[in-house]
Ligand binder design. Sequence first.
Ligand SMILES: [Fe+2]
Length: 209
Amino acid sequence: MRTDKPTRRNIFAGMIAALGGLVLNRAAHAARPTAKAAEGPFYPTRSMRRADIDNDLVRVAGLVRDAGGQVITLRGRILGRDGAPLPGHRIEIWQTDMNGRYLHSGDRQPAPRDDGFQGFGHDITGDDGGWRFRTIRPGKYPGRAEHIHVKVFDPAGAELLTTQFYEAGNPNNAGDFLFQRMSDDQAREVSMNYTDTGDGTEAVINIMI
Ligand SMILES: [Fe+2]
């Protein structure tokens, strides 16, 4: 497991403390479907993806170097509207690297791409509907608050949901047109509350289909 330099870790711990009042226990899932959101222009097509599309976006198979940035575990469950877990469902995420670059040929930002970052990954839910990713806090992309894109497919491959996750308490959310389009409850349900597990930083979001 990657660890951060002490200074960086202290800054982040302070931020977590400041956000403490906003932390919500996502184990108590809401009784409404997760809000849908636009796919956006940077969903990587199959040919743009790395050969490695697993659920660890910090480590690209065959490379010596891990991704830069603040490593997080992002996990949760996928549940039906009745609260029942949905096993065998495919969840995909795609997001910017620490420099704010997408794994997409249409991203023309001048910053260099972090080749150590996988950019896209997927997981398949277990019997409890659980899924998990190891990734980084998303980098800043011009005009948007920091966010992670998410898609969910049923076991037959039908697309059920496209949405975006945000960072709880991030001041850039106030100026983000997609974040502001949601109700307070909807926004809370797609907001990552970072907690320090003692073994790293983690956010839990349960998705309701
Ligand atoms: Fe985006």
